[in-house]
Design a binder for this molecule. Structure first.
Ligand SMILES: [Zn+2]
Length: 270
């Protein structure tokens, strides 16, 4: 591994910056990367003419495809990293993350996938953040995060950035990010669980929906003064957030949510 990374224009390649002439490259995007392209460039090979020296990352993003969506780039039959400088007559194939097909031997773009998924969400995805926490996933979210702050949290803490903002995903420091397609929050949950293959990692009621803190079991006696009469009567098992003291139990809203997730899981299997 590693010996065949083509990091730039070698001797004999045409460098448009040096030549000051128009160069052309052929691009083909695969699978869901086509979602980001205008209709006439989807699922087809197209010619891109350029005069300025540019990395393959910058060129891919100039077409509207965030680099975080890309898992593999093949240039003239060899896999390259994002810093590859596009040269005249390059044939470039761009692939998204593969979910089932094992292409690890070919991967060049980033280290191994994050083992324990943790997320940071942009400010538009508050309901998705609550659902992910309810399902037990480590999810940072605040409605007053700045774009810089979100990018830094993703980079420094190795968190997958979930966003509906393509510009945010273009930042180089973000290596693990995903553009959420769905607009409905429950559909978003399904999309994220499928994309990152998380259906087997769901651990409901282990995280605080309010602050992302860890929940721990607590005796009913300790929290009984804080419960509504009906809750007191019908429920016996409680958990409490170690960080903010919020009390949780498996109420009707919780069961409805889990029912919906089970439905998604069935659908994903079929
Ligand atoms: Zn909490």
């Amino acid at each position: 591994m590693g010996g065949d990374i083509n990091t730039g224009a070698g001797a004999g390649c045409t460098d448009p910056a040096a030549a000051g002439e128009v160069a052309v490259a052929q691009f083909r995007f695969y699978e869901e990367l086509n979602d980001f392209l205008p209709r006439d460039r989807r699922k087809t090979t197209f010619i891109h003419a350029f005069t300025r020296r540019a990395s393959v990352k910058d060129m891919i993003e100039s077409f509207g495809v965030p680099h975080t969506e890309v898992e593999l780039i093949i240039v003239n039959g060899r896999s390259v990293d994002f810093s590859h400088i596009v040269t005249d007559q390059d044939h470039i194939s761009v692939y998204p993350m593969f979910e089932s097909l094992d292409i690890r031997p070919l991967l060049r773009l980033r280290p191994a996938p994050l083992r324990r998924p943790a997320f940071v969400l942009d400010t538009q995805l508050g309901r998705l953040a609550r659902y992910l926490r309810l399902l037990g996933f480590d999810t940072l979210y605040r409605n007053d995060y700045s774009d810089d702050g979100i990018a830094r949290l993703s980079s420094e803490q190795g968190r997958i950035l979930l966003t509906r903002d393509r510009m945010l995903l273009q930042r180089s420091i973000i290596t693990h990010g995903y553009f959420v397609r769905a607009t409905d929050p429950l559909q978003q949950v399904d999309e994220v669980l499928q994309r990152f293959d998380l259906y087997n990692d769901i651990q409901p009621l282990t995280r605080c929906i309010r602050c992302n803190g860890r929940l721990t079991e607590v005796d009913k006696d300790i929290v009984i003064d804080r419960l509504e009469p009906k809750t007191k009567r019908y429920y016996n098992q409680f958990r409490i957030c170690r960080d903010c003291d919020q009390v949780y139990w498996e109420g009707s809203h919780f069961r409805k949510m889990i029912g919906l997730i089970d439905g998604f899981r069935e659908k994903a299997r079929s």
